[in-house]
Unconditional design. Sequence first.
Length: 113
Amino acid sequence: GPTGTAPRGRPPVGPDVRPASGHRPSLLGMCRNITTLRGLDPPPTDEEIQAAARQYVRKVSGVQSTSALTEEAFERAVGQVADATSRLLDELPARRQPPPSLPPLRRRATATG
């Protein structure tokens, strides 16, 4: 809906809505554990895209480990986010410079390799 309105009982969001702290929420703060995949050389693997999707879904859902009640919806969301991420990365132009940090899976591989 328009700025400041919220569907289904959710708190309002938009450019004019600020939390009690007075600061605007930022995507960087919300997803600080998700690293940039665009511009990696070699390109991101399906596993790296899946890991980023899983971290995003964990963050926005608040579900850190699934239960019988949450697993189906959680895994479906991870698959949808991973698919959307793959399409986005395929459609964006190449980056002019590499991302500022490596994804966690690559950091582990370079530390042990």
